[in-house]
Design a protein around this ligand. Structure first.
Ligand code: MG
Length: 162
């Protein structure tokens, strides 16, 4: 069983840990265990990991990531996977890669290749649309950074959807 699932089951059984931050849905409705999770400065997940330090603005890993992205873009162009493919084709490919990720998550296997493969396909779609991963991630970050809500059965539900 996955370590996160084990930790969740243990906490559900114990029911007394003040650091529990997820909300579980019971037969009589959602019961927030720690509703202040998203307003605390150092949130912790139910596995006990704490929030990472704020990232540095630039680092060697930024340069490494950009170099890899540039190589992947070149790889796509060299194999005619930008003009010779389509967003629809690549979205189907992305779903295939998601399936592989799901399979390996469920089997508790190494998921680096699966996440990497998904990024390769996302880079393809972004390149065809004249976008960078940074553009897309920035847009998503701007949308979510101040979002409030709560966890229900491992899913973050936006405040307006509660
Ligand atoms: Mg794959």
């Amino acid at each position: 069983m996955h370590p996160d699932q084990l930790a969740k089951e243990k906490m559900l059984k114990d029911g007394s840990d003040d650091n529990v931050v997820f909300t579980t849905t019971t037969e009589d409705g959602a019961t927030p265990v720690n509703p202040d999770f998203y307003s605390t400065s150092t949130p912790m997940c139910f596995s006990g990991c704490s929030k990472r330090d704020e990232p540095k603005l630039r680092s060697d890993s930024d340069d490494r990531l950009q170099s890899l992205v540039d190589q992947v873009i070149g790889w796509h162009h060299a194999r005619n996977l930008i003009c010779g493919s389509s967003d629809k084709d690549q979205t189907v490919k992305l779903l295939q890669e998601l399936g592989e990720l799901s399979d390996n998550v469920c089997k508790n296997l190494d998921i680096r290749d699966d996440i990497g493969d998904m990024l390769v396909v996302l880079i393809n779609i972004a390149e065809r649309n004249g976008l960078s991963l940074a553009d897309c991630l920035q847009k998503a970050w701007d949308d979510i950074k101040d979002r409030k809500g709560k966890m229900i059965d491992g899913i973050f539900v936006k405040e307006q959807d509660l």
